[in-house]
Design a protein around this ligand. Structure first.
Ligand code: AR6
Length: 171
């Protein structure tokens, strides 16, 4: 699996699937969630409501899939990151679950390329360095014959630098 890092807006990325850092209501919010719903249009929210009617809320660490409305991606995978708190181990495990469950779902859908935002590092205040280590570790560990490329889309310079350092350490 090829791993890349890009600085930019995930709604503009051309991958089969993009991942949304959602909340457990699945009914939208701010940050990247707001950006995806704005750019993708009402179809995404309609799909989220259908999921809510079927299964109720989405628990932290889990992932669900919808269509991508007006976005160029085929799917939006919505995962719910943990709100950072003092229980570092529990939050870390839940963040790892977000990446793992999103990748498993993508694989089941036959997705070849997938883009992740830096889940939980905005409104949910997860420390960026630790979040990046968890994300990169989990993606590196994930063995797939289906997914060919994972792109980490960083919105801010700090995350971009952290990911670049982790993925291309100086010799
Ligand atoms: N493209 C890529 N990354 C983005 C974009 C974008 N367009 N916009 C923001 N980011 P956040 P969380 C980055 O707050 O911390 C929502 O209200 C941002 O800089 O979007 O998981 C949900 O509904 C940060 O690095 O998500 C939840 O209630 C990263 O995306 C809550 O926020 C994640 O920041 C989830 O909080």
């Amino acid at each position: 699996m090829k791993i890349e890092v890009i600085k930019g807006d995930i709604t503009k990325i051309n991958t089969d699937a993009i991942v949304n850092a959602a909340n457990s209501s699945l009914l939208g919010g701010g940050g990247v969630d707001g950006a995806i719903h704005r750019a993708g249009g009402p179809q995404i929210l309609e799909d989220c409501r259908a999921i809510r009617n079927r299964q109720g809320k989405c628990n932290t660490g889990e992932a669900v899939v919808t269509t991508a409305g007006n976005l160029s991606a085929q799917y939006v995978i919505h995962t719910v990151g943990p709100v950072w708190n003092d229980d570092k181990e529990k939050s870390s495990k839940l963040l790892l679950d977000c990446y793992k469950n999103s990748l498993l779902l993508a694989e089941n859908l036959g997705v070849k390329t997938i883009a992740f935002p830096n889940i939980s590092t905005g409104i949910y205040k997860f420390p960026k360095e630790l979040a990046a280590e968890i994300a990169v570790d989990e993606v590196r560990k994930f063995q797939s014959d289906i997914i060919e490329k994972v792109i980490f889309v960083c919105f801010d310079e700090e995350n971009e630098e952290i990911y670049k350092k982790l993925l291309n350490p100086p010799l």
